[in-house]
Design a protein around this ligand. Structure first.
Ligand code: AGP
Length: 615
């Protein structure tokens, strides 16, 4: 949702915080701010502005003029995704306390802020913003009797909701207090400095030694020391994690947008996802992190898949894979719906939670609910050490590398690859023969090359995108494995081009949506040469009959589609169970080039954020 960075050390805090905020901007980018402290009892310099981190830098330049030549060695910064109060200067973080002694940055939602605010106002406090966060600053001031950590802990104990916070005080110019309940906080450890941030992309340029805070933890950090305890001040120890990726992976690498870079990374990210996990000799896969042995897999009665957005569509492909190849009944839920509808939990069932960021609050809530009901939960995550990865404690990492573009791309194709590998593993423990397993494993080994060959179609796809960039509405259709592929294609277009698009099962159009088709409404049909093609060709005819231009995503050299479409995007031949991967890569490029032709802010689409850490 929002991005937090905090620094205490010998170096200039301004540069480190600002570059960290740039790295976290994909989390939220509607306003930004920074608070700096130079010496004890000196004023906290608070600068904040609506807009991007670049706008903050502009305001900061003027604000720092009186301090020319002086160094700030302590500070906190924030880039925001508004939840309470519109994006403006007053509502952007940091929020100072009434007496100016404390400043707070926060990621999350304080659910009982209304009642706390009322009580504070009754006790003479006035509020400068409409945010939930400001109550924290005033509560700390109210609880402060000389013990900085104690005051923050006492304030936090009054909160209900989620938070990742960092606090500084002009009374303690060498200390940062940070805490987490539901929103991620990582601590970067280096000899003479400590960097705290919402995620490691703001830390890896400084150190690869990181500690992740757990829920209910509070850390007192100085240059030399990091002290983690519970709010009740019971010491808590955490293992140090070594971050195994480097800065180049979070740079654009010569591409104009992170999204385009990540689309083009898919041959490599898919190869990384498969590495060491395909076992042709056994006609199976090795997914050690699941910590599930064959009898467990054989005894499974049901799989419940929970996820949101793009991960949800990967989950729909997973449902087909588990049912087709492992013979396990599977249902897939929008994660928020999972808990709210109080699902019937069968014994011997398990949940698979799919989340790129591993921080999506709705998916986390579904995981907690399933664990409460006592079923094993497997996580499929990309971010190592993320909350869902730690909450599930078992599962499969994508190893797709950091995904910065808000529109998820390489995570989707790696999620489908992992779900296919899981289905093979479960299948081999149940009804899949070694020969069947081996042919699937052999097909999977071809995926990186499949992705490469779709990327070679970029010029043709760009031309088509320019042809249709003026449309205001799109439909995407598909059957079987192509149905979730169609929904994902529509989501990609919506997210980055702001064009209204709907993904439908191809058979569903005639039950209503067909009424919307006309010349100005293109239809993208996912129709590779796999089962369901013939019927989809019929549905494409229905669309053409209503004058809608039909863009087919079809298998190379398959001439059967030509008469049923206006334009065609060719993808390499591949088996049905993997076809969502090349189809969706083609859809990603189509959406990207339409958005580019429309001049949209592709990496940071309006109103969205990379990981949605509030419910
Ligand atoms: C996808 O492009 C979106 N960014 C969004 O739908 C995303 O897939 C969803 O928020 C789930 O995120 P997660 O995979 O990190 O849980």
């Amino acid at each position: 949702m929002c991005g937090i960075v905090a620094y205490v050390g010998a170096r200039d805090a301004v540069g480190i915080i600002i570059s960290g905020l740039h790295r976290l901007e994909y989390r939220g980018y509607d306003s930004a701010g920074i608070a700096l402290c130079q010496e004890a009892n000196g004023p906290l310099l608070v600068v904040k502005t609506p807009g991007k981190v670049l706008d903050l830098e502009k305001s900061l330049r003027d604000a720092l003029l009186p301090y020319a030549g002086k160094k700030f060695t302590l500070g906190i910064g924030h880039t925001r995704w508004a939840t309470h109060g519109e994006p403006n200067r007053e509502n952007s973080h940091p929020h100072p306390s009434r007496n100016g002694n404390f400043a707070v940055v926060h990621n999350g939602i304080i659910e009982n802020y209304g009642e706390l605010k009322k009580r504070l106002i009754a006790r003479g406090y006035s509020f400068a913003s409409q945010t939930d966060t400001e109550v924290i600053a005033h509560l700390i001031e109210e609880c402060y009797e000389g013990d900085f950590r104690g005051a923050v802990a006492a304030a936090l104990e009054q909160l209900e909701g989620t938070y990742g916070i960092a606090v500084i005080s002009r009374l303690h110019p060498d200390t940062i207090i940070a805490a987490r309940q539901g929103s991620p906080i990582a601590i970067g450890i280096r000899d003479d400095e400590t960097i705290i941030a919402s995620d490691v992309s703001a830390i890896v340029t400084h150190t690869k030694q990181v500690i992740y805070l757990g829920d209910g933890d509070i850390v007192t950090a100085t240059r030399e020391n990091v002290d983690i305890a519970s709010l009740k001040n019971v010491p808590v120890s955490h293992e140090m994690t070594h971050i195994d990726w480097d800065i180049s992976q979070i740079e654009k690498g010569g591409y104009e947008h992170f999204m385009l870079k990540e689309i083009h990374e898919q041959p490599d990210s898919l190869a990384n996802t498969l590495r060491g996990r395909l076992v042709p000799s056994e006609g199976s896969t090795r997914l050690g992190g699941m910590r599930m042995d064959l009898p467990d897999m054989a005894g499974l009665s049901r799989v419940a898949i929970a996820a949101c957005g793009t991960s949800y569509y990967a989950g729909v492909v997973g449902k087909y894979l588990f049912e087709d190849f492992a013979g396990i009944p599977a249902d897939v839920q929008q994660a928020a719906e999972y808990r709210d509808r109080n699902p019937i939990i069968l014994p011997d069932s398990c949940m698979v939670a799919v989340s790129q960021s591993g921080e999506t609050a709705d998916t986390l809530a579904a995981v907690v609910e399933a664990k409460r009901k006592g079923i094993p939960v497997l996580g499929i995550c990309n971010v190592v050490g993320s909350t869902i990865a730690r909450e599930t404690g078992r599962g499969v990492y994508l190893h797709a590398g950091p995904e910065i573009g808000v529109a998820s791309t390489k995570a989707f194709t790696s999620q489908v690859a992992v779900l296919a590998m899981m289905a093979i593993a479960f299948g081999r423990a149940r009804r899949l023969s070694v020969a069947e397993g081996r042919s699937m494993v052999d097909e999977m080994a071809r995926i990186p090359d499949l992705a490469r060959r779709v990327l070679e179609q970029e010029d043709a796809i760009r031309k088509l995108a320019h042809k249709y960039a003026g449309a205001h509405n799109f439909f995407y259709i598909g059957r079987g494995y192509m149905f979730p592929a169609a929904m994902e294609g529509a989501l990609k277009l919506k997210e980055i081009s702001y064009i209204h698009a709907e993904g439908y099962h191809a058979a569903e159009l005639k039950h209503g949506p067909l009424a919307l088709l006309e010349e100005s409404v293109p239809v993208v049909a996912a129709v590779p040469d796999v089962p369901g093609k013939i019927k989809t060709l019929g549905n494409m005819q229905e669309c053409k009959a209503r004058k809608s231009p039909v863009i087919a995503i079809a298998t190379e050299n398959d001439s059967s589609v030509t008469a049923h479409c206006t334009d065609v995007i060719r993808i390499p031949a591949c088996p049905e169970f993997l076809a969502a991967i090349p189809v969706v890569i083609a859809e990603q490029l189509f959406a990207y080039h339409i958005a580019k032709a429309r001049g949209c802010p592709i990496d940071q689409p309006r109103n969205l954020a990379k990981s949605v850490t509030v419910e």
